[in-house]
Design a protein around this ligand. Structure first.
Ligand SMILES: Cc1cc2nc3c(=O)[nH]c(=O)nc-3n(C[C@H](O)[C@H](O)[C@H](O)COP(=O)(O)O)c2cc1C
Length: 186
């Protein structure tokens, strides 16, 4: 079975966007789409970026493990909150840490906010950074407005039917790109 890594970006104390990461993990396994692994940046608690992995003299085990997960992922879903119109420093911290691992990696972006616009202002800056590093950003969106009302703390959506329908459109696009990528690798 294909594997998808879900990056949960928020390291905020009372974070809510992690609910969306939990939802996708369950959605992907419930529908037998992929083995899904959450890479939780709050668990890694990486120090502030000071060098790329390839130039680090003694990389921490955690960094190597993180790099392996990204490298081996067939595709990635990034779940990101919107902070002041941008994505969190925790996410930029790990994008900059790696390089080749991101190359041509199919990545779909789910944006999250507590307000009405679903974190959609994050999209342009995050797409640009991922494009710049050579990732393959999938052209589908999953904005989550009012996350605190839309999901419970375990990631169960308030309206499962509608949420699963939106998730299908979003994930189908990612899977298409993953399959295309696999074919090209031979
Ligand atoms: C520093 C900070 C900045 C924020 N800026 C925005 C913003 O620009 N637009 C928005 O819709 N929500 C904003 N919010 C609200 C977040 O979308 C909301 O807290 C959401 O739950 C963030 O995800 P998290 O709980 O996983 O951290 C901000 C929250 C914080 C903590």
């Amino acid at each position: 079975m294909r594997n998808i890594v879900i990056i949960s970006s928020s390291v905020r104390l009372a974070r809510n966007s992690h609910r969306v990461a939990l939802y996708f993990k369950r959605y992907l396994s419930e529908h037998k789409i992929a083995n899904a692994d959450i890479v939780d940046l709050n668990e890694y608690k990486f120090p502030l970026f000071d060098e790329r992995l390839r130039s680090l003299p003694n990389p921490a085990q955690q960094v190597l493990e993180f790099a392996d997960k990204i490298k081996n992922a067939g595709g990635i879903i990034i779940v990101t909150p919107e902070y002041n119109g941008g994505y969190p420093a925790s996410l930029k911290n790990v994008i900059d840490l790696l390089y080749a691992e991101w190359k041509r990696k199919p990545i779909a972006i789910a944006t999250v906010s507590s307000g009405a616009f679903g974190g959609s202002q994050v999209i342009t800056s995050l797409i640009f950074t991922l494009w710049k590093i050579g990732a393959w950003v999938v052209p589908s969106m999953f904005p989550v407005p009012k996350v605190q009302e839309a999901y419970d703390p375990e990631g169960a959506p308030t309206d499962k039917e509608v949420t699963d329908k939106r998730a299908k459109t979003f994930v189908d696009e990612l899977v298409w790109c993953m399959q295309a990528s696999e074919k090209m690798k031979g």
